[in-house]
Ligand binder design. Sequence first.
Ligand SMILES: [Zn+2]
Length: 820
Amino acid sequence: MKRRTVLSLGALVAAPLPAPPGAPGPTAGRTRLLPGRYLDNQNRTAGRTRLLPGRYLDNQNRTAGRTRLLPSRYLDNMNRTVAYLRFVDLDRMLHMFRITAGLPSTAEPLGGWEAPTVQLRGHSTGHLLSGLAQAAYHLGEADLAARSAALVGALAACQAPNGYLSAFPETVFDDLEAGRNPWAPYYTIHKILAGMIDQHRLLGDATALAVARRIAGWVALRTSRLTREQMQAVLHVEFGGMNEALADLYELTGDPAHRELARAFDHDEILVPLSERRDTLAGRHANTDIAKIVGAAAQYRATGDPRYRRIATYFWDQVVRHHSYVIGGNSNAEFFGPPGQIVSQLGENTCENCNTYNMLKLTRRLYQLDPARTDYLDYYERALLNQMLGEQDPDSAHGFVTYYTGLSPSASRKGKDGLVADPGSYSSDYGNFSCDHGTGLETNTKFAEPIYDIAGDTLSVNLFIPSEVDVAGTTVRLTTRFPYDPVVRLAVAGTVRFTLRVRIPGWVRGPVLRVNGVPVAARPGSFAAVRRTWRRGDVVELRLPMTPRWLAAPDNPAVHALTYGPLVLAGRYGSNPPAVLPTAEPRSLRREPGAAEFSVLAGGTRVRMSPFLDVHHEHYNVYFALPPARRRPGVVAAYPLGDLRERTRRWPDAVLAAGAAPGARGIELDGAGAHVVLPPGLPANLTSLSVSVWVRLDSIANSARVFDLGFNPQSYMFLTPRTGNGTARFAMKLAGMAAEDFVDAAVALPVGVWTHVEVRVADTLRLLIDGELSGQNPAPKLNALLLGATQFNYLGRSQNPKHPYLHGAVAGFVLTGAAG
Ligand SMILES: [Zn+2]
């Protein structure tokens, strides 16, 4: 618990905790006070007496607001991870730390990303520190606290000889500073530092704080020798949340040196554009940057500098609203795409789970800064339910997790063990240790942490997770099967006056909140607050009606995901994944036995739709095309291109770019960058279409484009005058498809003459040259509908910047289409 929270607790100090279900002892491992006068006194007077700052107050506040999970999916997940925390061999986790420190170790080396030759080694031991601290704190079980203390003590012994604590030698930092790009050494230091901070913050371990201070001292020594420019170069290599951990350390120590040291990790390349509200995320490694912004939010707390807050809130808005899939995750193959690209960025490697782990940390921090914003909590709930709960294999006794949550129609969460490179595979005991194995340990031990907040004499109920929390000398108990059941109940165990503040989600229609049967105002997207003297037996009941809703993707109005309250539903495909996104018939949607279970006709068969988090060990599909409104065939857009004007008056005019110029019959293109830009959205909501265009080649280059309508080099439809096969080709593809659909002409397009080309996209792909059928593909997998509202539409230019520009001229571009 952070210092500021401690000071604002007011009357809500702790009463002794009842034993959590299954706990071996009533208070074992949970507080540092031993039975005696102090403990008795604290317990008796809690809620009436204010302790002055010091060890006793620290201990007391660690107990106040502590939340215990009650039986639920969340507790099941946590228990599996805790079983791993109990199982994992600490000597093996310490092996390379001891070797690096010159201490003896005969333990068997670890595998995967912790292997003795892998530069990232040590990061998992940092996550283990955090996971153990969270588990020991929330479960209150003595053996977990003892394991925590043993691990902290052993790491302190590794740090003792020379103040350096790592599982790899310090020479890796020499490499980093010399620009030799080692694999993320500060990333690993961050995990260990954060783990030590968690050990102190949650369990009061003084050794952990001393180790953390000494890590900071080493970082200060290392970084103070660098100029600002040299440090910015160092920051090009992923460094996790060093700024976050150092700002957090400052809050524990009050030492301004720690606050200033956090600033040394301000990475201008990402922070400056964000501070100017510019989204430069496309093409950047997502998890590398998200961690830096979690740090910015921590630095705002530590410094009060509003620039950090501006950066963090703008980043959150952009990522959540413009870079996130419906399940709350982001990134395709670990990188951000351009804002708004979702269906055009589907793949088996979407949504690295670390990204969402970090986005949830950022969300938690921003919500605490602005506790009126329920949209932060709506996002937290959506990402937690639909991505993070489901990253863990429910059939794994040790809570193994996937690395990505893939969202292409061929994606699955497969049970293959140990191979990080294999998307959809799960981690393992000792052979994996990916970043997601590490963040998965933490994710599954901290479900209890964000459920409630206590400020002054107000208890906020943020999330509807079955749990108990101690407030104002009594216990509040939340019971529910939400989101499998719409009713959430809160009960208060004793007589005490406080304000209960309950989140009403933004997605709900017609919520009903009752206190002892009496309705209370509840508006979606706000908190409902009730201040009264609560008595034993009082019951608060919140009803959150849920209905199935199709949500459209931002880059394709025809593609939707099915939601039910906060849940995303996925089609279950067993071992037979669809080749492309199936088209669903919304009117065929019907309920099936079981909570939140549905089925729908999609791609001609009835498909079971289940909560995504429940779909494991089989193929699934989240995004579906919905049939658009029926539309008769007609010209959608027509550009004669002599004068650029769009003749149907429905679309903006074409734009000449990079030296394209009007000529006698069309637009002249120099083959060196000149091209024509057509407006975004042209082929949206069409189930069949045809494109016709005139082209005159002055010279021919493989892979140049007559036209290319698309989003990126993975999502497109194009016509090229010649491929490596020697003939003209029309092709189309949506990201996530294994291969493109194409049709080859019989010949390459001729040079030196005007040629008319027409492409017809329907059940069969047809390519016509000067009115003659030149090639066809009778069984394309993709259809026009799925390609959607293409964002980048060019004549003479490819989506792929490596391809040559067209050399010649284009004219008479006409797009014709129909729907239904
Ligand atoms: Zn990761």
